[in-house]
Ligand binder design. Structure first.
Ligand SMILES: [Zn+2]
Length: 182
């Protein structure tokens, strides 16, 4: 017998909220198998797979209309051969999209590790003085993530002091610009 799943079951199985499941149902991306007289949606295992598919492609950055178009891909395919050809034609773009996302995430991971290393591996300031947190932004070699976070306090970065980069005649952007190509 086919397992009957509620919106709550789908939410639990995917780690999403019932509200999110209802949103995709209302968008027409997740049609329920049945709707009870009380308005309760009932789904099957195929719907759970479809929801997981939707969530994966949302994470990949596809819009609702993009996903709607993706789910409608089979329309107009009269034979299995047509359908295979269409998949072979369309899927490579999504592989490229995933690869690009992976590269961006790798770069962010690397930046986060640099930021962490910069604040844990060295003692930069004199413990006797009590400099404002924003001074961390001006430390030589401060990674971009640390610079941005150090400047966002209420002082607006006023106490950062002279920038070591400027003292050496380097453009303050040079460091961040070269890193973004790394
Ligand atoms: Zn400050």
């Amino acid at each position: 017998m086919e397992q009957v799943l509620t919106s709550g079951d789908l939410a639990r199985a995917t780690g999403e909220t019932v509200r999110t499941v209802r949103f995709y149902e209302e968008q027409g991306l997740l049609p329920p198998v049945t709707v009870s007289e009380g308005g309760h949606r009932r789904y099957d295992r195929a719907a759970l797979e479809q929801l997981q598919f939707i969530l994966d492609f949302r994470e990949l950055g596809l819009s609702i209309p993009d996903i709607r178009a993706l789910l409608a891909m089979r329309e107009g395919c009269r034979t299995a051969v047509d359908f295979r050809k269409l998949l072979a034609d369309r899927l490579p773009a999504h592989v490229v999209r995933v690869r690009s996302r992976i590269e961006k995430l790798k770069r962010l991971e690397s930046e986060l590790r640099q930021a962490l290393a910069s604040v844990t591996e060295e003692e930069h300031s004199d413990p006797a003085s009590v400099p404002c947190p924003c001074s961390v932004a001006a430390e030589r070699g401060a990674p971009r993530i640390v610079r941005v976070l150090a400047r966002t306090g209420e002082c607006g970065g006023l106490h950062a002091g002279p920038r070591p980069e400027a003292a050496h005649g380097r453009h303050p952007m040079a460091d961040g610009a070269s890193r973004s190509h790394a």
